[in-house]
Ligand binder design. Structure first.
Ligand code: NCD
Ligand code: ZN
Length: 342
């Protein structure tokens, strides 16, 4: 196959940041995707409808001239979020989901939820107005091994949560384990996003020839058997699994540091990365539904009608793209790719 034409996809999990960083990264996403679910972990986070409206305006203002893009906004759940905040979010129409970060789990999550049970009144309201809950599904307990934090989150928090709120629509974000795949398959009203890094790399990438901070994201890359399980889920044609890049830009200096930030930047070449992953298991024919159909179906939004084309071309992922004061290293920098969006 030399060309692959598919319905224009959407990114169901994206970090755009703000200010100059937003202006630098947004054009990459706009080029590939029609819409994206925008993560609210700014400093300070997006906690109210007013915060989300203002952030949405800043995103709209940063879209390059003449291009189309729809930011789908989210609210950041804190210990102080009220059921009323949820009703107002629902009424806004532009807020499509609420994001749960366990306090301290990842970049800018200090205001996250300290105890998931404290959110029950809010989850009740979300269930009632059918507002999806997006989960960063990792425990933060220091006594739980970093590589087990997703599995333990599912056992300790997600299973009980779904028992308390069986009709709450949940997206387990950026899943990384076969445990997550199994759980999502077994439960109702739950879907999952899968990132390009978790489809293409296992945890060896973090240590190949030395410590490689540009492969460090959260949840952290796992063993090969987990990567295989994710790949099988992504190509399965099951609508519970869809595309969410978790593209999360950090400057080179904040990644290459004695305490480097978590996050992989993939907005530059997200579709190409997914195409490589799907082709590696001869499943390119399954890419369109994963990238362009199952996400809008879950969010009860229309599928896009425009189409985009990838062509078979060899090119090298650049070592860096311009970003703030120290540049931005794309996922897989320097590696050869065989698909390119035209
Ligand atoms: C994200 C970021 O940098 O905002 N980092 C990451 O490793 N994925 C936060 C997140 O989604 O966990
Ligand atoms: Zn994320």
């Amino acid at each position: 196959m030399q060309k692959l034409t598919i319905t224009r996809p959407d990114d169901w999990h994206l970090h755009l940041r703000d200010g100059a960083a937003l202006k630098a990264v947004l054009p990459y996403t706009v080029r590939q995707f029609a819409r994206a679910i925008i993560m609210p972990n700014l400093k300070p986070p997006i906690r109210s409808v007013a915060d989300a409206a203002a952030y949405r305006d800043r995103i709209l203002a940063a879209i390059p001239e003449g291009q189309q893009f729809e930011p789908l906004m989210t609210l950041y759940l804190t210990d102080n979020t009220s059921p009323d905040d949820i009703l107002r979010a629902k009424e806004s129409q532009f807020i499509k989901a609420v994001k749960y970060y366990p306090a301290g789990a990842t970049t800018n999550s200090d205001s996250g939820v300290t105890d998931i049970q404290k959110g029950d009144r809010v989850f009740e309201a979300m269930q009632q107005v059918d507002m999806p809950l997006l989960l960063h599904g990792e425990v933060t307990d220091n006594d739980v091994d970093t590589f087990d934090r997703e599995k333990v989150f599912i056992e300790r928090h997600l299973i009980p949560l779904k028992q308390r709120f069986p009709n709450l629509r949940v997206v387990l974000e950026h899943i990384t384990t076969s445990d997550a795949v199994q759980y999502v398959l077994s439960a109702n009203t739950i879907a999952a996003t899968i990132t390009p890094q978790h489809l293409l790399f296992n945890r060896n990438a973090l240590f190949k020839g030395g410590l490689c901070p540009h492969f460090y994201c959260l949840p952290i890359l796992k063993r090969e058997e987990h990567r295989q399980a994710l790949l099988q889920a992504a190509i399965s044609g099951n609508p519970k699994f869809f595309l969410g890049t978790d593209s999360a830009p950090h400057t080179r200096t904040s990644k290459e540091s004695s305490c480097g930030c978590a996050g992989c930047f993939s907005a530059l070449h997200a579709l190409e990365l997914y195409a490589e992953a799907f082709e590696s298991v001869k499943a390119l024919d399954k890419l369109e539904a994963f990238a362009s159909f199952y996400g809008p179906d879950f969010y009860q939004l229309p599928r896009n009608t425009e189409r985009i084309t990838l062509s078979k071309t060899t090119w090298r992922i650049p070592d860096e793209v311009p970003f703030m004061e120290s540049g931005l290293v794309p996922l897989g920098a320097g590696q050869e790719m065989t698909w390119q969006m035209v």
